[in-house]
Structure formats: structure tokens, C-alpha cells
Design a protein around this ligand. Structure first.
Ligand SMILES: Cc1cc2nc3c(=O)[nH]c(=O)nc-3n(C[C@H](O)[C@H](O)[C@H](O)COP(=O)(O)O)c2cc1C
Ligand code: SF4
Ligand code: SF4
Length: 436
């Protein structure tokens, strides 16, 4: 049986599934139930300064994007950090940590970007017995207009400065949570590292307006006819998060910086993908808000079964395995040739592949053959783009098959070259020609 115990920067948890800082972790009642359901750790809903807590809107704070089956694909929110008193949160955190010593409990913090504010809150948090802190430099709405959250996360110098303060005022491990609302994620990651942070976590939510009400022309969620931009998350953001995790993991400067992967984790498979790209563990928010705490059971059994089947005894056995395979485009092998193949047994003759290829791709799929409705790939035209696979409603009905080296590519009439050759070596590359 695979061992899925997790050790992230010295913080141990029975599995790599943590709940991200958000409504699921906003109070003791939730966190106790989450731990009973099996979550390995939680990042408590972001704590603010001592004094009157922030105030949330009293109307809708979420908007959503759905798939055709009304499955929630993306969630948008205009919620702020915790609107509960700091000392109530701290007391509850202490009680929960005392009762669940084997689970990870991380305190997320967002206070003004002044040294005194951080110096003041850190001992209070440390006193709860929390295993670490996460600096919320990511929230893109509400708090950022007050000079916190993403307003800090978008300035690498501030990230470095605050991380350094935290490292000097606490012995707890420091995780810096990064905002994706930035051009190049490697800069804030490097800044966190330079400030002495033990790890980064990413992504926080993406700046967004999810929809506009066409009756009253208000962006949604609508508060008395007005809407503001919010933070986008859920399954739809996973590709953006994966890319950002990979960028940090494959940059030689940050390659050894531990990463907690966040953004669109819904299944064990999503988690395994984040870890294959270098993440040490994952955090989950929207999936828990959509399906409840018990989804962690599927995540645990799914990950364990896959690890058993693939011969991975521990998480470290596959962590980072995909990182060397993330390449810049110009190094992809241009001599690799694949073509679509349709399994006629599985084909339900819906015609979607034909329409897609005919109208927008390479006119490489028939609709008729010998007077019969039949969908076949025309090898002489197929460039192997994969669009038909993406639109076919039947799983594995169309597959991409690599052409054997030495066989003739019917499109070009040339044999498939067995050697690797990329754009930097290609005769059409203007920079190569200039160098000659
Ligand atoms: C309603 C809501 C509130 C959130 N509040 C916080 C917060 O207080 N602190 C924080 O660091 N992230 C907050 N987040 C961001 C999540 O922790 C997480 O980074 C993001 O939702 C991406 O993960 P997901 O795709 O699994 O939801 C919030 C997200 C949602 C949906
Ligand atoms: S892979 Fe692209 S070009 Fe080939 S049949 Fe499919 S859609 Fe057409
Ligand atoms: S999209 Fe798939 S199922 Fe539909 S006709 Fe094409 S191959 Fe057949």
C-alpha cells in the first residue's frame, strides 16, 4: 500500500491534501469536521489585524461559470479575509491544533505592509501552536485597494521585505502565497526566496468579472445594481496554476524552493499533476465548497490506488518527475509526426470531428465514404493538430498515433526522420539564418 504521508518543509500531515485558506477553514466547527473527514491539513482563513474585523457585503459574494451539465467549472468571489475577531480565531486554532496534533494547521495572515503590524501579530499566532504561517499576498479584491494582498504580491521588493520581517520575528516556517495577477510568476517567487521564505504557495484567485446581468447591466455578483471585480478559482484555473508552478520548479534559481500547489484541484489526479510538476502538496478550496469535505476520501483512495498501480511507494517517488519534460517551444522535436486515427467501432457518427476539421482546421476528415456516412482521417491532409480528439464526445474514439521513423508521412511524401531537430536548428528560423 502506497505511503501518502506528507512532509512539507518539515510540516507533517497524513496526506498531501490541505484545505486552502477560505470559507471552509474560517472557523473551528468547519476545521474539526474537515479533519474528521480526513483532510491532512488546513490553512486557516486569513487573519487580519487586532481590532474591528473587516466587513463583507451582505448580498451575493459568488458568481459561477458552468459546463453544459451545470457542473461548476469556475467560481468568482468578492469575499474578504476573515470577518471574525482575531482573538476568537486564535483561541479556536489553539483548541483545534491541540486536539488534532497529527494534522497540519497553518495560519494565513494579512496585515498592513508595515513592520510593526507583522511584529505584533506573529507571537500571537505562534502561541496557538500553529505549524506555520502563510502570507496572503494574493487576494485581488477589497484588501488590495487597502495596500494589502495582491498589492504586496505584485511588488517583489515588498514580498522580500515582509518575508524577511516574518523570518526574523517567528520561528515558524513561512509560506508566501503568490498572486497570479502578475506577468511573470518567477519574480515574486524569487523575491520570497530571497526574503528567506521556506516555501511559496500558488495560486491565489485571478482578477475577474465573471458575468454581466443583461437586465440591469450590473457585473455579477450584483450588489444593489453594482458589481466589482473578484477572484476567479475552481477547475477552470488549473491550467494557469500548473503553468505557474512549473515555471518556478524549472527555473534554476527557484528549482529548490518548495511549492504548495493550489488552483482547481478537484480530484486525486489534479493533485498528482501538481506534484509531478514539483509541488510538495496541494491545497483545495472550490472543490470542497462545491462537493463538501468528504471529497477528500476519493482523493486519498484515488491517489493511493494510482501510486500502487504505478509502483510509486511514496510521494517523493513521482514528485517533480514532469519538470524535466517542460520545455520551451523552440526545443520541441519538429521531426515528431503524429496523425489522428478513428476507431470505427467506437464512432457514433456524430460528425463533430468532421465539422471541426473541415471548418477550422485542415479538411482532413471525411463525412462520407462510398455513399455512406463515415468519418475517416485523410492522412495526406492531417497535420496531427489534435482538434478532433478534443471535440469528439466519445472517449478514446480518436487517438493520436506517432508515425514510425522511416515510414512515409503521406502529407509531405517524405520519410519520418528519426533524429531530434528543433526550431533553433530549422532552416526557416531567421535568427539561425542571420547567424550563418
Ligand atoms: C470564497 C473564497 C474566499 C477566499 N478567501 C481567501 C482568503 O481569505 N485567503 C487566501 O489566502 N485565499 C483565499 N481564497 C483563495 C483560495 O485559498 C485559493 O487560493 C483559490 O480559491 C484557488 O484554489 P481553488 O481553485 O481550489 O479554489 C478564497 C477563495 C474563495 C473561493
Ligand atoms: S488531427 Fe487535426 S488535422 Fe488531423 S484530422 Fe484531426 S483535426 Fe484534422
Ligand atoms: S467526433 Fe468522434 S464520434 Fe463523432 S463522428 Fe467523429 S470520431 Fe465519430
Amino acid at each position: 500500500m502506497a505511503d501518502i504521508r506528507n512532509n512539507f518543509i518539515g510540516i507533517k500531515s497524513p496526506n498531501p491534501f490541505w484545505l486552502a485558506s477560505a470559507p471552509p477553514t474560517d472557523k473551528e466547527y468547519n476545521v474539526r469536521r474537515a479533519f474528521e473527514a480526513g483532510w491532512g491539513g488546513v490553512v486557516w482563513k486569513t487573519l487580519g489585524e487586532e481590532g474591528p474585523p473587516v466587513v463583507n457585503v451582505n448580498g451575493p459574494r459568488y458568481g459561477a461559470i458552468f459546463g453544459g451539465d451545470r457542473r461548476l467549472l469556475g467560481l468568482n468571489n468578492i469575499e474578504l479575509i476573515t470577518d471574525r475577531d482575531l482573538h476568537v480565531n486564535l483561541r479556536e486554532m489553539k483548541q483545534v491544533k491541540r486536539d488534532y496534533p497529527d494534522r497540519a494547521l497553518i495560519a494565513s495572515i494579512m496585515v498592513p505592509c508595515v513592520e510593526e503590524a507583522w511584529r505584533k501579530i506573529l507571537p500571537l499566532v505562534e502561541d496557538t501552536g500553529a505549524d506555520g504561517i502563510e502570507l496572503n499576498f494574493g487576494c485581488p479584491h477589497g484588501m488590495s485597494e487597502r495596500g494589502m494582498g495582491a498589492a504586496v504580491g505584485q511588488v517583489p521588493e515588498y514580498i522580500e521585505m515582509v518575508a524577511r520581517w516574518c523570518k526574523s520575528y517567528t520561528r515558524m516556517p513561512v509560506i508566501v502565497k503568490l498572486t497570479p495577477n502578475i506577468t511573470d510568476i518567477r519574480y515574486p517567487a524569487k523575491a520570497a526566496m530571497d526574503g528567506g521564505a521556506d516555501a511559496v504557495s500558488l495560486i491565489n484567485t485571478i482578477n475577474s468579472i465573471i458575468s454581466v446581468n443583461l437586465d440591469n447591466f450590473s457585473p455579477e455578483p450584483s450588489i444593489d445594481g453594482k458589481g466589482s471585480h473578484g477572484g476567479y478559482c475552481g477547475a477552470a484555473v488549473k491550467p494557469i496554476a500548473l503553468n505557474m508552478v512549473a515555471e518556478i520548479a524549472r527555473d534554476p534559481q527557484t528549482a529548490n524552493l518548495p511549492i504548495s500547489g493550489i488552483g482547481g484541484v478537484v480530484t486525486w489526479r489534479d493533485a498528482a499533476e501538481f506534484m509531478a510538476l514539483g509541488a510538495g502538496n496541494v491545497q483545495v478550496c472550490t472543490a470542497a465548497m462545491t462537493y463538501g469535505f468528504k471529497i477528500v476520501e476519493d482523493m486519498i483512495t484515488g491517489l493511493s490506488s494510482w501510486m500502487d498501480e504505478s509502483g510509486h511507494a511514496t510521494l517523493e517517488d513521482f514528485r517533480g518527475k514532469a519538470v524535466p519534460n517542460v520545455s520551451d517551444w523552440q526545443y520541441l522535436n519538429l521531426n515528431y509526426i503524429a496523425k489522428a486515427v478513428i476507431d470505427q467501432e467506437k464512432c457514433i457518427k456524430c460528425g463533430r470531428c468532421h465539422i471541426a476539421c473541415e471548418d477550422t482546421s485542415h479538411q482532413a476528415i471525411t463525412a462520407n465514404s462510398n455513399g455512406e456516412r463515415r468519418f475517416e482521417v485523410i492522412n495526406e491532409e492531417c497535420v496531427g493538430c489534435n482538434l478532433c480528439v478534443s471535440v469528439c464526445p466519445v472517449e478514446e474514439c480518436i487517438t493520436m498515433v506517432a508515425q514510425e521513423p522511416g515510414t512515409i508521412d503521406e502529407r509531405t511524401g517524405k520519410p519520418v526522420n528519426p533524429d531530434y531537430a528543433n526550431w533553433t536548428q530549422h532552416p526557416n528560423n531567421p535568427s539561425r539564418r542571420a547567424a550563418e
